[in-house]
Design a protein around this ligand. Structure first.
Ligand SMILES: CC(C)(COP(=O)(O)OP(=O)(O)OC[C@H]1O[C@@H](n2cnc3c(N)ncnc32)[C@H](O)[C@@H]1OP(=O)(O)O)[C@@H](O)C(=O)NCCC(=O)NCCS
Length: 166
């Protein structure tokens, strides 16, 4: 299938509402704003795939990680919050986002990229392996966040951690 015409670029503050899509990801509002503030400080980059001005995919890059299973975590970029809209999946948009993230890490002399694949998501793992990542460990995937209404949400999503040398 043809690759859709998408443009990959860094998020601006004006993009934050669009990252909630049509409300499906409203619960992450505070996380996205915090990630944007981190991006302003140079600690993260938010990459968006846009088609006709609409956000159809996203990936956040964190410069440095504290994942215990990785050697040299301070030289590792951690990729997360990765998704592509359903009608755009399977056409290379996700791969383009990951490749752009890797380029951003190389530019900053990071030596490794890492990403988590939920154990219940073998298709995502297959994509990462195809892009050169391999499993280096596991993570219980337990974390919490405050949703848009200020309610604590607890997540438990056991994951494989995959990494790739850059
Ligand atoms: C994973 C995801 C971001 C990949 O984006 P994409 O644009 O479809 O990726 P590409 O077109 O570059 O690569 C296609 C590969 O992605 C993976 N993929 C496709 N649809 C997927 C889905 N619904 N869920 C998980 N992985 C999927 C498959 O490995 C696929 O290869 P295949 O067609 O040979 O099975 C996208 O499918 C998605 O948003 N999935 C739902 C959310 C998710 O699983 N995020 C990852 C969290 S670890």
């Amino acid at each position: 299938m043809d690759s859709p015409q998408v443009e990959i670029r860094r998020a601006t503050e004006d993009d934050l509402p669009g990252m909630e899509w049509e409300g499906e990801f409203r619960h992450f509002r505070r996380l996205y704003r915090a990630a944007f503030l981190d991006a302003c400080q140079g600690r993260k980059t938010i990459l968006l795939a846009k088609s006709d001005g609409v956000i159809v995919g996203q990936l956040i890059v964190q410069f440095g990680t504290d994942l215990a299973c990785l050697p040299r975590p301070e030289l590792t970029g951690y990729l997360y919050s990765f998704r592509v809209r359903e009608g755009f999946r399977g056409r290379g948009v996700g791969s383009q986002l990951i490749e752009t993230a890797e380029a951003a890490l190389r530019e900053r002399d990071y030596q490794q990229a890492a990403i988590a694949a939920a154990k219940v998501n073998p298709r995502a793992r297959r994509l990462y392996e195809r892009l050169g990542y391999s499993v280096v460990g596991e993570d219980p995937g337990q974390w919490s966040y405050l949703d848009d209404r200020g309610i604590v949400r607890n997540i438990a999503e056991p994951a494989h951690i995959l990494a790739k040398g850059l």
